[in-house]
Ligand binder design. Sequence first.
Ligand code: FEO
Ligand code: CA
Ligand code: CA
Ligand code: CA
Length: 559
Amino acid sequence: MSLSRRQFLTYLGVGSYAALTVTGVVGKPDFPWRKRKGPAPKFFAPIELSAKDALVLPQGIRADLLVSWGDPLGSKAPDGSAEHFGFNNDFTAYFPIDALTGGKNSAEGLLWVNHEYPNPLFVSGYSPADYRANKKKSAEQIGLERLSVGGSVLHIRREQEKWNLIQGSKFNRRLTASYPEMSLTGPASKLLPTAIGTLANCSGGRTPWFTVLSCEENYPDFNGYDPADTLCRWSDEPTLAIDESRYGWVVEVDPFNELPPRKHTALGRFKHENAAICVGPTGKLVVYMGDDEVDQHLYKFVSSQVVKSSATRAEQSKVLEDGTLYAADLAKGQWIPLDWNAATKAIVEKSSAFADAKKKDPTLRIESQADLLIHTRVVAKALGATPMDRCEDCEIHPLDRSLYVALTNNTKHGNLFGHIIRLLEDKDNSEETAFRYEVFLAGGPQSGLACPDNLAFDKNGNLWVVCDISSSKLGKGAYQPFANNGLFVVPTAGDSAGDAFQFASGPIQSELTGPWFTEDESTLFLSVQHPGEESQTAEQPTSHWPGGGKSMPKPSVVA
Ligand code: FEO
Ligand code: CA
Ligand code: CA
Ligand code: CA
């Protein structure tokens, strides 16, 4: 159905075309804008575009500022120093405080938060000008940056209708790029038994036994600088040398602190965006995972063992140590098993993927399942996995179990606005090896969103989508109509299926990330990542959120 201009404005709830413009950012759109097929969901009044330095929400929705970068947690690091909330909060996952005894407390729980990357300007005082001048970071600056990434466990409670962090709770703690040392499991652990800390933690998932899977994404080009630049500088410290192959894994962390953190190599090594988890029909654990780089792939892991809910949490967690890793071939609708055997070896060694990788690293050898997992991408490519437009989050629909995958963009191939695909496994069986797929939503002016990133479902099957137009491109060129990054609600059924309705707009140069609901869906947790990311000096930041006035911007989590 095409809409007349009047109908279109009625859907937007605005009286004039001028209301579509945001001063200084958005001109009159030349293309149909937010063309919708049906009405907005009834539970909120969609907001307009915003270019304000504010977190804008629908009328009647309140945001509690839960925690900001640098806030003390009341906990201690191994060296006895005070621990603080890290930088660039990303994925959040809520654990009811009584989850281990079957409870669903939605007013007290543990919140896991990923910290993806530092902005050196704010974290260590290393400025863009220092970088351009090729100035070396001091050991102190490197140390501060390492402590700003990883993850946080926060004990939180809702009292008198406001969410608060419980200072000094025994549960509060940090994981960083400097600690703790953790074990690796699975086939590659023979070569890589341990790693120091975790870094580049982007999105993730929650297991049925209430641990978090935290995904190491941009481990080689940490914080957007030159690939390996930060790593090289970090590795100046001989005692804590960074070996790149110990990063780029899925890390399991127990917020309740009963199980030690571990990296599960059976799930492969690449730029892990997230882990969407379900239990298949025979009881095996299935984990869907995106690799967020242009022309990389979509993966799934199917465990060898079944998840026994009667087993201890430590026993349940073992299902992540052994299983089959698959990469998606969209053209054939097949999950390709990445199993090392004679046939695989022959195909890989003859492939251009292997030859290309060998040009970059002449010492490259892939001779075992352990090697395969360390070099997952090379093998996936050699076996015919489909190059994708940057897989960000995937989520499983709570009602029909289909898989939604956000492909944020691929400017290399002219896909500037990204899209969301929907995969249907054969016989609705997540353990199957065949599937079909469709494009569910295309980014662009017509849908009113661009560059979809994190996804979450509510229990009614509405898809919540946050967008990540990169800070340097916001409001410019093809991205000019979209204003600040936002959060959108997209119904997946009914007349409005596939229509995007805006629920939130972030402050200047921020990205909203990590949407996660409490069990009763009365609260949505949301990360506000990198406000003021394009700031050149700390004295004149481009955003002052959340403090306002002349304050420095601080990545923060709101409830
Ligand atoms: Fe960290 Fe792919 O977003
Ligand atoms: Ca992301
Ligand atoms: Ca998600
Ligand atoms: Ca992102």
